[in-house]
Ligand binder design. Structure first.
Ligand code: BES
Ligand code: MN
Ligand code: ZN
Length: 497
């Protein structure tokens, strides 16, 4: 359960809440909050002068408050650093950090004060996102939630009067935060629970609820489409594959552009016959995080009434080493007609995405973006600091990158040199599915490029960013919901492409 997040025009002292989050900048004299120090019995002034609290990003100082004039029961000073352009992203993180602390303190209602340079709509939206992202932890499979009961209500408070633009900003932030948390739950779900059939059912519920049309193609329909690459990956599993197709077709939208979002949906990746080592294999339950991001984005796009056409496609399958599994050396033919020699069955993501990219073109997409936990090599290249961004032409890649920047997610540009295409040559088939150890993230992208046709296409490798191994100040251990915000922001920006 998540808090209900709302905008309110209130003076900070009038916010009835268990915790009031006050963003504090560097060189901030808190001059706009004259009663604050007294309300905390001098604690705010003391913590600032002794430097127990420094207004650095992620710093949090919580103290009790009270007195006749102050309704908040506690104050959290939350560092947001310099009052420059990155402040909105630091506010999102500060709100998430404060919410994680508030839960452990058994708070029921929290409020965040928009102040100074963080008083406008971008700040309001980011604050709402942070409140929701920070409130999330997945205790579905525990008898008791270690983080304490959920927070019921969170207010984003701004100076009166509350403008429609500010209220809308909070609504957008709330929608994105909620959609990202739903995507996190999908990716956190264990492989025995979330198999392809259940993934498809949940997509039907999550996107369908938002007014998005959802069609699920079963193994028979997949066979009819001759999707031999998706079938080749699914063969080793007792669970049949699904192709999840989501359509957002708002009334009165122009016929073009049509944004095609494609997400890798491997509900568990054992590696197949080229089986993975045991260590960390349990994390491969999140190998459908790209698909979950597409489902989350379609939900947000529907709920926000984005005026552009968007198609979401998620090929969902397990990658298992059953008796009928694809073997190294096998040749598969995909729906596009191209043949692939499977050198390594653990390079399965590119196979299922190839058929899905073809289908997105078939359904009339004019611009493509795929999102996938595709390669360990991308984790080696960028760690968890950024997702890898590939694609063509440069203008489309730049458009995707700018959407990510507005959404507060990091994409780092990676190359598609012709050398990578050569690494994928096969003596037997049109393409090999791996290109050797060198440049592994780039050869994977080069493989996808062969199936994107001549449409503008971008590929985002989220192998390093979709999952956190350890809980941090801002997020619980597990799935991050990365790319839900960027994909939605990209759709929102469609008229400007
Ligand atoms: N799902 C994995 C990639 C991955 C690794 C995601 C770590 C998240 C964290 C993918 O299917 C895979 O196994 N890739 C192989 C490709 C190789 C066989 C060419 C890899 O990266 O080792
Ligand atoms: Mn794999
Ligand atoms: Zn995989």
């Amino acid at each position: 359960m998540e808090p209900v997040v709302e905008a309110a025009a209130l003076a900070p002292q009038d916010a009835v809440c268990d915790l009031l989050i006050v963003p504090v900048f560097e060189d901030d004299d808190l001059g706009d909050l004259p009663g604050l120090d007294e309300a905390t019995g001098g604690e705010v002034g003391r913590a600032r002068s002794t430097r127990e609290f420094k207004p650095k990003p992620n710093a949090l100082f919580v103290t009790r408050a009270g007195g006749a004039a102050w309704k908040p029961a506690r104050i959290a000073l939350a560092g947001v650093g310099r009052a420059d352009s990155g402040g909105v992203d630091r506010l999102r993180a500060a709100c998430a950090t404060a919410l994680r602390t508030a839960r452990r303190q058994r708070a029921d209602t929290v409020a965040v004060l928009l102040r100074g340079p963080l008083g406008g709509e971008p700040a309001a939206r980011a604050a709402a996102e942070g409140l929701l992202l920070g409130s999330h932890n997945d205790a579905r499979y525990k008898s008791e939630d270690d983080d304490g009961p959920p927070i019921r209500r969170a207010l984003v408070i701004a100076a009166a009067p509350l403008t429609p633009a500010l209220e809308r900003a909070v609504e957008v932030g709330r929608t994105l935060g909620e959609a990202a948390n739903r995507a996190r739950e999908l990716a956190d779900a264990p492989g025995n629970v979330l198999h392809p059939r259940l993934f498809a059912e949940q997509a039907e519920a999550l996107a369908g609820d938002a007014g998005v049309g959802v069609e699920v193609l079963d193994e028979t329909a997949i066979d009819r489409l001759r999707m031999g690459l998706l079938q080749g990956v699914a063969r080793g599993s007792a669970e049949p594959p699904r192709l999840i197709v989501m359509r957002h077709e708002p009334e009165g939208a122009a016929r073009s552009p049509v944004l095609g979002l494609i997400g890798k949906g491997v509900t568990f990746d054992s590696g197949g016959i080229s089986i993975k080592p045991a260590e960390h294999m349990e994390q491969m339950k999140h190998d459908m995080a790209g698909g979950a991001a597409v489902v989350g984005a379609m939900r947000a796009i529907g709920r926000l009434g984005v005026p552009a056409r968007v198609i979401g496609i998620v090929p969902a399958t397990e990658n298992m080493p059953g008796g009928r599994a694809t073997r190294p050396g096998d040749v598969l033919a995909g729906a596009s007609g191209k043949t692939v020699e499977v050198i390594n069955t653990d390079a399965e993501g590119r196979l299922i995405l190839a058929d899905a990219l073809w289908y997105a073109r078939e359904l009339g997409a004019t611009h493509l973006v795929d999102v996938a936990t595709l390669t360990g090599a991308c984790v080696i290249a960028l760690g968890d600091a950024a997702s890898g961004l590939f694609g063509q032409p440069d203008g489309w890649v730049a458009t995707v990158r700018q959407a990510a920047e507005r959404a507060g997610e990091r994409l780092w540009p990676m190359p598609l040199y012709p050398e990578y295409d050569e690494q994928l040559r096969s003596a037997t088939a049109d393409l090999a599915n791996v290109g050797g150890r060198a440049g592994g993230a780039c050869t994977a992208a080069a493989f996808l490029k062969a199936f994107a046709g001549d449409l503008p296409w971008a590929h985002v490798d989220i192998a390093g960013t979709a999952w956190t191994d350890k809980a941090s100040a801002t997020q619980a251990k597990g799935a991050t919901g990365v790319m839900v915000r960027t994909l939605t922001e990209l759709a929102v920006g469609a008229p400007g492409w």
